[in-house]
Design a protein around this ligand. Structure first.
Ligand SMILES: NC(=O)c1ccc[n+]([C@@H]2O[C@H](COP(=O)([O-])OP(=O)(O)OC[C@H]3O[C@@H](n4cnc5c(N)ncnc54)[C@H](O)[C@@H]3O)[C@@H](O)[C@H]2O)c1
Length: 405
């Protein structure tokens, strides 16, 4: 196994291709987006991820990575394209199908075909049917496996290598083949299962996180109404040896936890009641934050200011220290606040250069100018901002946690 094709050069595919290249494989990264292909070949990353620029440069310098819009012959094909949901919240695997169709002509006997995209249960079997309907001669000789990604944005290069992995082959032989591939660069444990178990495992992991965060978010509203500091409460409750309440925030966003539970809910309408409620409660938390911000703005003595009230929305990404705005509850809240008439909104996101429709303000400047500071995401960059007691602050993310103690 020397030549690898990664299909999809996004947040997961590009770092994966780089790690494989720097582990000694010859890697072709394929993407439908010509701009991404060009920038990768020029050594520029289109995503913000620590150390990725240097790692990309290393793989280009060694001649082991190149990008293209067209696949080629290889020993291993890895599909890492998006799997969104549609308007009915049903999983949309059309991009996985499209990526598969693009590589079908290049598959040959003895190859390994892996899906890493997060998928609803049964997808690997469907994709195998698609492949074998066009290439029936490969049915006995192509290894097909599902291996979900569980990396944390911001720590992807480390976790790609060190995390444990679950591999679900369509046959035991395919599982073993895939394990052999990952062992070339993964130092975490590798667990083998069947494909359906591996698919559900990924969905279970993210649904578990969503349910845990929903509990924390609901508790934060209950605490607020009771006049109790949620951060102090969680700190105390977690002293119980068997309790580990997660951190609340302004909702749940991103491409995974806010999306993947729907893959279970939409296909298990009767059974997935708790998972569905958690998903809805996490969305409700964002609406509650908008309401709280509006109350604070209404109650502020704006008349004595003699100018429009200035409100700073601190952090717009979906989680701390990333540039990813997908499904971001902070961006949703900031957008709603920016629509309030008669106030000046200062939008702050230190991890991105620009956001369509908004002018971004630098963190220090926004904090100094603002009358009301709304902490939406606890980015590390914000930690340096010393608290000014003259500011009204609303903390939805624990930026000021501990100040009450
Ligand atoms: N981002 C994460 O933190 C994360 C973590 C674990 C799993 N995942 C899963 O990994 C998968 C990929 O996610 P991502 O965040 O890397 O997505 P992304 O949107 O960042 O990147 C996907 C890339 O695939 C390309 N693409 C789309 N269709 C294509 C096709 N037919 N052929 C070639 N390229 C194509 C897009 O142009 C894009 O560059 C998803 O299923 C996601 O759920 C993501």
């Amino acid at each position: 196994m020397k030549d690898i094709v990664y299909v999809g050069l996004g947040y997961i595919g590009l770092p994966s291709a780089v790690v494989a290249a720097n582990s000694g494989f010859n890697v072709l990264g394929v993407d439908v987006d010509l701009n991404i292909v060009s920038s990768v070949n020029d050594g520029k990353t289109h995503i913000s991820e620590p150390d990725l620029n240097e790692a990309l440069q290393e793989s280009l310098d060694s001649g082991r990575l190149r990008a293209s819009v067209c696949p080629d012959l290889a020993d291993v094909f890895v599909v890492v394209v998006p799997t969104p949901f549609d308007s009915e919240m049903m999983p949309d695997i059309s991009l996985v199908k499209a990526a598969t169709k693009a590589v079908i002509p290049f598959l040959k006997e003895g190859d390994l075909f892996i899906i890493e995209s997060t998928c609803p249960v049964g997808t690997t079997e469907k994709i195998a049917e698609l492949i074998f309907s066009e290439r029936p001669e490969l049915e006995k000789e192509l290894s097909i496996a599902y291996c979900p990604e569980r990396v944390l944005p911001g720590n992807i290069l480390f976790e790609l290598i060190h995390n444990d992995r679950v591999i679900g082959g369509l046959t035991p032989k395919a599982s073993a083949h895939a394990k052999q591939f990952y062992l070339e660069f993964v130092t975490g444990e590798i667990y083998l299962a069947n494909a359906r178990t591996a698919e559900l495992c990924k969905l279970a992991e993210n649904s578990f996180r969503d349910v845990g965060i929903a509990f924390a978010n609901e508790l934060s509203i209950i605490s607020h109404d009771a006049g109790i500091d949620i951060w102090e409460l969680i700190n105390l409750a977690n002293r119980h040896p068997r309790v580990n309440i997660l951190n609340p925030g302004c909702g749940v966003g991103g491409h995974c936890i806010a999306v993947d539970p729907w893959f279970l809910i939409s296909t298990n309408r009767e059974q997935a009641q708790l998972i569905k409620t958690a998903r809805i409660r996490n969305d409700v938390k964002s609406d509650w934050c908008i309401q709280q911000a509006k109350i604070a703005i209404d109650e502020f003595d704006q008349v004595s200011l003699g100018r429009p009230l200035r409100v700073a929305c601190m952090g717009l990404a979906f989680k701390p220290d990333v540039d990813d705005l997908r499904q971001s509850p902070a961006l949703k809240i900031g957008t709603a606040i920016a629509k309030i008439e008669g106030i000046d909104t200062l939008m702050v996101e230190p991890n991105v250069e620009s956001i369509p429709d908004f002018i971004l303000t630098e963190s220090n400047e926004a904090y100094e100018l603002a009358d009301i500071v709304i902490w939406l995401v606890d980015h590390s960059d914000f930690r340096a901002l010393k608290k000014d007691p003259s500011k009204a602050e609303i903390d939805f993310c624990g930026m000021r946690a501990g100040d009450c103690q």
